[in-house]
Write a protein that binds this ligand. Structure first.
Ligand code: HEC
Ligand code: HEC
Ligand code: HEC
Ligand code: HEC
Ligand code: HEC
Ligand code: HEC
Ligand code: HEC
Length: 326
């Protein structure tokens, strides 16, 4: 859509300056965020066993090397780990150093785990994420109220792979896929679901049969759009509501004041606004929710029509004036 140029103002001095800043900043971020070589080497002490589907150890009694299968749940994918938010971590930053010995001591199972807030709470660096607000929203959600302490942040934020998606440069469809996979990890997987309850897992496809073109919707909107209460002060709503309160009305999205502007598109809208200086760039570029952008086109169309009518009147009038003068 090129009704408006993307970058409209060109100030000669600011361009090289901005470039310089960008290079400096990206350099700084890179240096800070890359895992150190010593960390990677250290983590291999764990990943030589936990990094794939089998592991080996020396049996001191027989003196021979034994090869065993690693349980799927205890396998950590190196690529995902070093791509995650916590990629600069040593395994033992979160786990006891005693895991350095094998077989692991039995009491290590009882070790309590850090919560997000233990590290991120009250820290200025992460203020924009609003951890405290997210936590209190989460505590009001169905998951927390029904399962209290059993259901914690790690259930959705895999400690070994969670990475920011919504604030990334990713396309909306990729963000939707990433976020929905988090929910489907339980809601489409009976084993994970039943770790928390003995209930039969409701069939997600059947439960959403009322939604036309369900597959298309699930690719274009996140589960939380319909299931979480939006909150102006945080970017990702965490208060999952009971099913009776879920969004079912089509106009909630398919209208000019679509709830998507306050949720899914929120970040892109904010970014878009500050970058390009005009409002619904997101919808123009990738959103295309029918209804939500209709007004825009209608607006343009009516402007063109108005222009034509005005021009028509003008030509007509001037022709008449010219004729009269003759
Ligand atoms: C020789 C292979 C081997 C090495 C090396 C190894 N582990 Fe393990 N680890 C296992 C196996 C097998 C299990 C599952 C059985 C058990 O709990 O002992 C396991 C289980 C675990 C568990 C889950 C315990 C539970 O049940 O809650 C954690 C956490 C863990 N390892 C962390 C580590 C860390 C951190 C390191 C590196 C400092 C490490 N492991 C090194 C083989 C290994
Ligand atoms: C940011 C903190 C963090 C880091 C870094 C981390 N872990 Fe974990 N890990 C956790 C938490 C929290 C759990 C428990 C998850 C749960 O209970 O759902 C866990 C669980 C595990 C388990 C048991 C999985 C299971 O489901 O039984 C293994 C094995 C493990 N970690 C190994 C590692 C290894 C190896 C590394 C380094 C490559 C590592 N962890 C790095 C926080 C971390
Ligand atoms: C043991 C302490 C610790 C725990 C527990 C922990 N974090 Fe972190 N987290 C950090 C540190 C330190 C960084 C910065 C890492 C870096 O810059 O390489 C970080 C980075 C992040 C980032 C990226 C910030 C950015 O600006 O890119 C997010 C998001 C995040 N953590 C969310 C979480 C969530 C959600 C949880 C719980 C599920 C959690 N963290 C648990 C210490 C922790
Ligand atoms: C039911 C699943 C679920 C639970 C439980 C959950 N989260 Fe999240 N959280 C998400 C999803 C989905 C996202 C969006 C990830 C993305 O696209 O970047 C997210 C994003 C975040 C972010 C990044 C927000 C931003 O502004 O970029 C933080 C921080 C966070 N969660 C913290 C927490 C904390 C702390 C807890 C526990 C109190 C928690 N979450 C529990 C699903 C969950
Ligand atoms: C367009 C809005 C919308 C989207 C998108 C959506 N849902 Fe729903 N969902 C609903 C509504 C409305 C209900 C209530 C249906 C009923 O009660 O018959 C519901 C019901 C549910 C239930 C309760 C099922 C039961 O009867 O116990 C679960 C669980 C659920 N959805 C999970 C999800 C997950 C996971 C996703 C993402 C893959 C998702 N939903 C996407 C609107 C939506
Ligand atoms: C760790 C597993 C797990 C994850 C991840 C998870 N859920 Fe759930 N969810 C459950 C369980 C278990 C229940 C059943 C709660 C109960 O009734 O006891 C549930 C219930 C629900 C309900 C129905 C509440 C009702 O009224 O019956 C909705 C809606 C829902 N989840 C949406 C989501 C969404 C959206 C996400 C992703 C942001 C998500 N869930 C992620 C396990 C999970
Ligand atoms: C949570 C927001 C949301 C809700 C609620 C919602 N939709 Fe959608 N709908 C979307 C998005 C986003 C798309 C994807 C648009 C695209 O990519 O073409 C879409 C696409 C569609 C399409 C497909 C158009 C095409 O290109 O083929 C139809 C038809 C549709 N919706 C009808 C409905 C109806 C009927 C309802 C109510 C029962 C509904 N929607 C509820 C967000 C929503």
């Amino acid at each position: 859509m090129s009704f408006f140029p993307r970058i409209s103002i060109k100030v000669p001095v600011s361009v090289p300056l901005a470039l310089f800043m960008a290079v400096m900043l990206s350099g700084a971020i890179d240096a800070q965020n890359k895992p150190k070589k010593e960390t990677i080497d250290f983590n291999e002490n764990c990943l030589k066993c936990h990094g794939q589907s089998k592991y080996k150890y020396l049996n001191p009694e027989s003196g021979s090397e034994v090869t065993k299968r690693m349980y799927a749940e205890t396998i950590i994918n190196r690529t995902e780990f070093y791509d995650s938010n916590h990629k600069t971590f040593k395994c033992t930053d979160c786990h006891s150093e005693e895991y350095g010995t094998f077989p692991h001591a039995g009491n290590l199972r009882m070790e309590s785990k850090y919560a997000c807030i233990d590290c991120h709470g009250g820290d200025e660096t992460y203020a924009k994420f609003q951890f405290e607000k997210i936590e209190s929203e989460f505590h009001e959600s169905v998951h927390s109220t029904k399962h209290s302490e059993d259901f914690n942040c790690w259930m959705c934020h895999n400690p070994h792979s969670y990475k920011i998606s919504v604030r990334s440069e990713d396309k909306i469809k990729d963000i939707v896929a990433y976020d929905n996979a988090i929910c489907l990890n339980c809601h489409a997987d009976i084993t994970n679901y039943q770790m928390l309850t003995d209930k039969v897992n409701p069939n997600i496809v059947k439960k959403h049969e009322w939604l036309p073109n369900q597959a298309l919707h699930f690719k274009n909107v996140r589960c939380i759009e319909c299931h979480a209460r939006t909150n102006d002060s945080i970017l990702v709503a965490h208060n999952i509501q009971p099913k009776a309160k879920a969004v079912r009305r089509c106009v909630e999205c398919h209208s000019t004041n679509s709830i998507l502007m306050a949720s899914l598109y929120k970040y892109k809208v904010q970014e878009g606004r500050s970058k390009a200086g005009f409002y619904n760039g997101v919808i123009m570029n990738e959103g295309y929710v029918i209804g939500a952008n209709r007004n825009y086109y209608l607006g343009i169309l009516s402007l063109i029509m108005f222009g034509c009518v005005a021009a028509g009147i003008l030509i007509h009038a001037s022709l008449r004036i010219l004729k009269r003068k003759k």
